[in-house]
Every structure is written in structure tokens, then in C-alpha cells.
Design a protein. Sequence first.
Lengths: 113, 113
Amino acid sequence: GNSVTQMEGPVTLSEEAFLTINCTYTATGYPSLFWYVQYPGEGLQLLLKATKADDKGSNKGFEATYRKETTSFHLEKGSVQVSDSAVYFCALMEPSGTYKYIFGTGTRLKVLA
Amino acid sequence: SQTIHQWPATLVQPVGSPLSLECTVEGTSNPNLYWYRQAAGRGLQLLFYSVGIGQISSEVPQNLSASRPQDRQFILSSKKLLLSDSGFYLCAWSVGRGFDGYTFGSGTRLTVV
């Protein structure tokens, strides 16, 4: 079945460090891919998305490129801030029309000043 | 603009007591609605989704039920709570299948004691 695998956390970085959170997926067909962010005590917010191979989603300095050849959608940011501390979820939308997403288990990021 | 309201924000309930969590969406018509649970240290699990009034699909067998009495109202219920029902419950909505992403509520932290 379809699945999403994220790197285990927590990830601890110093402010202004480069961030990569790995995400790989297994799916039949061509799923849409998403990154969501969850700040403490809150619901999830859509961070960025990509709907086809080689698309790059970007928002708030974060980027992710849909790589079909490696079935990956890694999240990157060139210089993280303390305010980026949150849990990041990779997700795919099943391409078969079942009205649901498959979420990864989330990666907690902690940025130290 | 569209907004989603979820309440209560936190809830502590004894084992065996009933549960009712409510979610309402404003500013849109005929949304797809979803209930997710996020257990401590784990990812998101889809519990129920609805594509219209009175239409509920259950993803996993469990002690919970859902109802959609109005177009923009989604209710999660239980007749008798179990300890294992503790978790963070998130309501979400989407336009159609959610190609543009889901919008999540701020969540309800349920602790069953």
C-alpha cells in the first residue's frame, strides 16, 4: 500500500544552520506531496506542496522538490530560526481518489539560539 | 475567508464516560471533513471522513463514531471512553479531494483517566 517514511527525530540545530528533513514515499501512480508544520499545541498548517515530478514547492524559506526517480520529497531551509521549532509532517495524497492523505510520523525540529 | 472551529481545546474525562467533540467550518459549502487522532509520539491516524451530510466513512474499527448533521458540522462521539482513546484529536476540511491541502483545526487534547 501507499506509505510515507520520514527521518527519525528530534533534529536539533543551531540558529542559521542548514536544515534537511528526509521524506520518501511509496505509492502507485503519481501522488501529490505535501509538507505540514505543527507548532506546539496547535493543529497542522500546510507549508508547501508539489503535484507532479520535478515540481518545487516553497514557502517561508522552506523548499522541497518532488523527485520521482528517488521517490523523495525532502524538506530544506538554508537558515533556520528559533521560530521554526515545530513538528514537520510529510504527506501524500493517494492518487486513486480515496479522499485521504497518508501522513508520515513527523519529525520534531528544535532550533537553539 | 474560511475558518474552522474545534472545541473544546482540552478535555479530561473518566473511563466509561461519553464523549462529544464538535467541529464547524465557516465560509465554504460542501467541504470534505475529516477526524484525525494523533497519539503521543506517533503520526496522524485518519479516523473518519465525510463527503456530505449523513455520509460517514470509517477508516479503523474503534470505540468512536462520527456524525455530520449539517453541511459544515462534524461531530466525534463515544458512548464509553477507554484509556486508549486519549490523544490529540484534529478536525480538518478540504475543498474536494484536497489537492490544495487540508485546513486543520487547533485540536482537542483528550485525556481519559
